[in-house]
Unconditional design. Structure first.
Length: 112
């Protein structure tokens, strides 16, 4: 089941990237009004806006659903177990302070 969802997730990801890259930007229509752009289009005067926007929305929805399923399967499952179950318990006692050797008496006195 996990493998199938991963395959669908990758295919949807590639589809979504391609659909986004095929869309034209918002500013390209302004240039066409003043004659800067080409009036010849592949998909007609309205362009592929409706088809590509619906394809992008559908791919985004499928991407979110497969992401949720993959997160659910990664977090829970009967065969999944933590790598920390066999670790020794951590000590809660503080580390002992380092011992500083005593100085001889003549070095302890400050010179006047």
């Amino acid at each position: 089941m996990d493998t199938l969802i991963v395959i669908v997730h990758v295919v949807v990801s590639i589809t979504m990237v391609l659909a986004i890259l095929l869309q034209t930007g918002k500013g390209s229509d302004i240039g066409a009004v003043f004659g800067a752009g080409s009036s010849q289009t592949l998909f007609g005067s309205s362009g592929p806006a409706n088809f590509l926007s619906k394809l992008t929305a559908g791919a985004a929805i499928l991407f979110m659903i497969t992401s949720l399923f993959l997160a659910y399967f990664a977090g829970s499952g009967p065969s999944r177990k933590s790598i920390m179950t066999d670790a020794p318990p951590a000590s809660t006692a503080p580390a002992p302070a380092p011992q500083i050797p005593d100085m001889p008496q003549e070095q302890k006195a400050l010179p006047q």
